[in-house]
Write a protein that binds this ligand. Structure first.
Ligand code: ADP
Ligand code: ADP
Length: 228
């Protein structure tokens, strides 16, 4: 589902690379944790998948997309295939819970009848039934992240990228959010989650990709967080 072949990424010709000759694969349906210290290249990896940056050298594939050679007019199609969730939720503050999710469908031209049907289903799926008319500032952190996940999955993406999705949440709420991501994964969506949360990685025992200094230093199919 995700393949990198000998990917090097230098933001400036002179600086040390953010990613160095990185090769890895994440298979369809996998749940992979991306770990490593701040500055090790995790966000850069996500940006390359989304074609927000292009690699200095090497090949990037996501599903059927050869990201390197993708034409500008096809980039929206790539990005629609990749749901994203962030540490800081990034909800539209002026829109209700259901409008935040509906917006993701409106921008790709789904008809109102579909939106009216699908939004309550996906809110129910992430555990927000009954909160559809709340505004973001009336929600707990965990609820905000559930909205963000609903918005990210409502188009049934191939891949869900989660960049420290529990970074602003207490341990109990973090577990609940990972539970939602696990359910999304079990329905077939490939999930890649960057995290510093040792407890979650150790509890889940899924693939662990560890970056250090732009290099893949560990690729363990059922890993723990490790000593790092
Ligand atoms: P992580 O997400 O693991 O913290 P990043 O991918 O953000 O790591 O950063 C990897 C390296 O690339 C760091 O040395 C960082 O300073 C550098 N970097 C990241 N983004 C940029 C940018 N836009 N311009 C220049 N350097 C960058
Ligand atoms: P489960 O298999 O967990 O019971 P379902 O397939 O019955 O889940 O899904 C329940 C509802 O949740 C679906 O009708 C759908 O609208 C919503 N849903 C779940 N996952 C997604 C997803 N990835 N994208 C869009 N909607 C989803």
């Amino acid at each position: 589902m995700i393949t990198l072949e000998n990917v090097t990424m230098k933001y400036k010709a002179s600086s040390r690379p953010a990613l160095s000759d990185l090769s890895l694969e994440v298979d369809k349906g996998e749940f992979a944790f991306l770990i490593g210290p701040s500055g090790s290249g995790k966000s850069t990896f996500f940006r390359l998948l989304l074609k927000e940056d292009k690699p200095t050298s090497g090949q990037v594939y996501v599903g059927e997309f050869h990201v390197n050679t993708l034409k500008a007019r096809s980039v929206p199609k790539l990005r629609q295939s990749i749901g994203c969730v962030f540490q800081d939720f990034r909800l539209l503050q002026q829109k209700s819970v259901s409008d935040n999710v509906a917006f993701a469908l409106e921008v790709i031209g789904k008809p109102p009848s579909t939106i009216r049907r699908v939004v309550p289903e996906v809110l129910d799926y992430v555990g927000l039934a009954g909160k559809a008319d709340r505004m973001p500032n009336e929600l707990s952190g965990g609820e905000m992240q559930r909205v963000a996940i609903a918005r990210a999955i409502v188009n049934r993406p191939l891949v869900l990228l989660a960049d420290e999705p529990t970074g602003n949440l207490d341990p109990e709420t973090s577990e609940e959010i990972v539970d939602v991501l696990d359910r999304v994964n079990r329905r077939g969506t490939t999930v890649v989650m960057a995290t510093h949360d040792r407890h979650i990685v150790d509890a889940m025992r899924r693939r662990v990709l560890e970056f250090d200094n732009g290099r893949l230093v560990r690729n363990d199919p059922q890993g723990v967080y490790g000593i790092g």
